[in-house]
Design a protein around this ligand. Structure first.
Ligand code: BF8
Length: 663
């Protein structure tokens, strides 16, 4: 087995995944000699120098490898400076990706409002008018198109904003949090400006103080969380509807042997929503039948999957590491991709099967793929062209292998729906949630989010271990991104999972009628978590700021730069966050100190890279208990609750610390 890279997971003989579908498809890949990310990760080890943040390649005197006795680069840059610059640049790239997606959503809204994109309409007028209030757009007495156009213009202005007032959405944070940002000088100004400034500061010969570089990285991350991503979520809701609970299914068993299978993969809902609409068009169904199929079956991969699940109930096929494996089924006529998290390896795998990889974004062309460029002004026409291409490919199918595995799930928990659910239709409120935390029925809450990483010994296992242990310990979980898909595939997004909860959380979930693991959407929708914690903090009883709340963040199998941006905006907003896998700053103890103790002092939360997910779990539960103590809330005692319900003695057996041992 591979040698352990310091700071990363040791590879072992552990199964490659806890998802039986992945294991089944990997066997097929091996038998057929197909290279996948799983085989490549065994063949190619991570560079141990870059892995810890010790490689500087920002100029062409290098790359300088700061290892052994080499403590500085040619220019004199220290390990601390280099690690800080590398981390800041990851954050900038992640914030850019999310925010550019947000910008596109604003352009689509403007085009919809002005009639330039006639296939799009405002679907959720109420949300439009609420967002108009946030953005200072006059809405009373105006048509939804007029309001939508102004909302889009104000949103677009946030990207290039030049004044120092701060992004409008930063005012949605609790007053105390805004004050912290102001005092530290990290209130984000313009979204693009913060990204550009990170790139400027980290250019050769510029900002050289690790702490100073990382202060700006926090501001850059906030521009994503309380800027680009939050706008993206809100505008998507305006255009396509604010999610409400929806029942659906997941995993490869949702593919159909006798239908044209189209997998929609990527991130933006703009095209995928139209494909969903086009797939139910009788003309398209008739065309599919003319080619011998019984119909058209859609499913989603990665965050596009979450977008079209949340609003349309389209099945989730898989998360990041499953994308190549879907092609191996031989049952996918087309995989339609737009932006982000699309592996270049997909096209190579598709060469051995009949699947057409169809790229659609003007920003992301895949060499060797079929490119059908998407433009909002001809959205439906292009969506149908894409479906026709998929249907035409149906007769080319060879042997099909669809694993007979699928799970049920409930998703669609937007901020608005959680508020409505907790408070009832007459008064939407977070009061019952806060009360449940105050009494100790709910010990705390956690956001578990983020990617899959092929360096993790067993795909999905850390996501699932963490989520299961949190709910066992009466900690309510909200989830997004590939974590949410991992949960779906393990049946953790169903109300029945209440049976795996601690007694207090079970009581609350039963009373309110919610599952203990709430799917809140795609990665840009992590901003729904921000608005939930902001509202919980302002509701009263749990302090005055997000950093007072007994909450924690996790990205157990992170790999993307977007995950770094998300983790940092969680921390900058006051949520201590644990990233798994390894540490991209392990080479600089000073940077580790800055982002843990230093940020604790500055923004009231720490950013941990902890490869041992069980330690992260233990530390996070201790952190939640410490927050409860600081709020003078009763000590968590699971034996106090669920006395009147039908539990058997021993159903829940806390250890002497009040925690539930890990199975
Ligand atoms: O934005 S969780 S692997 S799919 S980056 Fe990508 Fe990571 Fe999945 Fe969505 Ni988010």
């Amino acid at each position: 087995m591979a040698e352990e890279t310091k700071g990363s997971k040791k590879e072992s003989a552990a199964p490659k995944s806890i998802d039986p579908v992945v294991l089944e498809m990997l066997e097929k890949a091996e038998a057929e000699g197909v290279s996948t990310i799983f085989s490549r990760s065994a063949e190619t080890k991570p560079c141990p120098i870059g892995h810890e943040g010790n490689c500087c390649k920002i100029c062409y005197m290098g790359p300088c490898r700061l290892v052994g006795k080499t403590t500085t680069g040619l220019c004199g840059a220290t390990r601390d400076t280099v690690a800080a610059r590398n981390l800041a640049r990851m954050c900038a790239a992640g914030a850019a990706a999310h925010s550019d997606h947000g910008r596109d959503m604003a352009h689509t809204l403007l085009a919809a409002a002005t009639g330039e994109a006639p296939d799009y309409k405002v679907k959720d007028e109420r949300k439009l008018r609420v967002v108009a209030h946030y953005l200072g757009v006059e809405e009373a007495g105006r048509s939804k198109e007029e309001v939508a156009a102004d909302v889009a213009r104000v949103a677009l202005n946030e990207f290039g904003r030049q004044d120092s007032e701060g992004l409008i959405y930063t005012h949605r944070a609790p007053a105390k949090r805004q004050e912290i940002w102001r005092k530290l000088g990290i209130t984000p100004r313009g979204i693009d400006r913060e990204v550009v400034e990170t790139l400027h500061r980290t250019h050769i010969g510029n900002d050289q103080d690790a702490e100073h570089i990382l202060d700006h990285a926090l501001r850059n991350a906030l521009a994503d969380g309380w800027g680009g991503s939050m706008l993206s979520t809100d505008i998507s809701d305006i255009l396509f509807g604010t999610p409400a609970p929806v029942a659906a299914t997941s995993n490869f068993g949702t593919l159909r042997e006798d239908e044209v299978n189209v997998v929609i993969h990527g991130h933006e809902p703009t095209l995928s929503e139209l494909i969903v609409a086009a797939a139910s068009d009788p003309e398209m169904i008739a065309y599919a039948k003319s080619k011998g199929a019984k119909g058209i079956n859609l499913s989603g991969m990665c965050c596009t999957a979450n977008e079209i699940l949340m609003r349309q109930g389209v099945p989730l096929l898989g998360n990041f590491l499953s994308q190549e494996l879907a092609v191996l089924t031989g049952a996918v006529e087309a995989m339609v991709v737009d932006i982000q998290c699309i592996m270049q390896g997909l096209v190579a795998v598709a060469e051995d099967y009949h699947t057409k990889i169809i790229s659609t974004s003007p920003k992301a062309k895949l060499h060797g793929a079929t490119h059908i460029e998407f433009h909002e002004d001809r959205a439906m026409e292009i969506a149908k062209q894409i479906l026709r291409t998929a249907i035409d490919n149906y007769p080319n199918r060879g042997k099909v292998h669809i694993p007979d595995v699928q799970d049920r799930l409930v998703a669609g928990f937007s901020h608005e729906y959680i508020s409505y659910m907790l408070g009832g239709s007459l008064r939407e409120s977070f009061r019952p949630l806060n009360d449940a935390i105050m009494t100790g029925r709910i010990r705390g809450a956690a956001g578990v989010v983020g990617c899959n990483n092929a360096r993790v010994a067993t795909h999905d296992v850390e996501h699932i271990d963490i989520v299961k242990e949190l709910i066992k310990n009466d900690i309510l979980v909200v989830t997004t991104g590939c974590d949410a898909i991992a949960c779906a595939k393990q049946g953790l997004l169903t109300p029945e999972v209440m049976e795996q909860c601690g007694p207090g959380l079970k009581e609350i979930c039963n009373t309110i009628g919610i599952p203990p693991v709430l799917h809140m959407g795609s990665c840009v929708d992590n901003t729904r978590i921000l608005t939930v914690v902001a509202q919980s903090a302002t509701e009263g009883g749990l302090g005055e700021d997000i950093s007072d709340l007994p909450v924690a963040g996790f990205a157990p199998e992170w790999m993307s730069e977007k995950a770094i941006s998300i983790g940092m905006y969680f921390v900058a907003s006051g949520v201590t966050t644990w990233m798994g896998v390894g540490s991209p700053v392990a080479g600089s103890p000073e940077v580790v100190e800055i982002i843990t103790k230093g940020w604790q002092d500055k923004v009231g939360a720490s950013f941990y890279f902890e490869p041992d997910h069980r330690k992260a779990l233990e530390d996070s539960i201790a952190h939640i208990d410490a927050k409860r103590k600081a709020l003078k809330l009763p000590e968590y005692d699971p034996t106090k609750f669920a006395k009147s319900a039908t539990y058997l003695p021993g159903d829940f057996a806390p250890d002497k610390h009040g925690a539930y041992s890990m199975a």
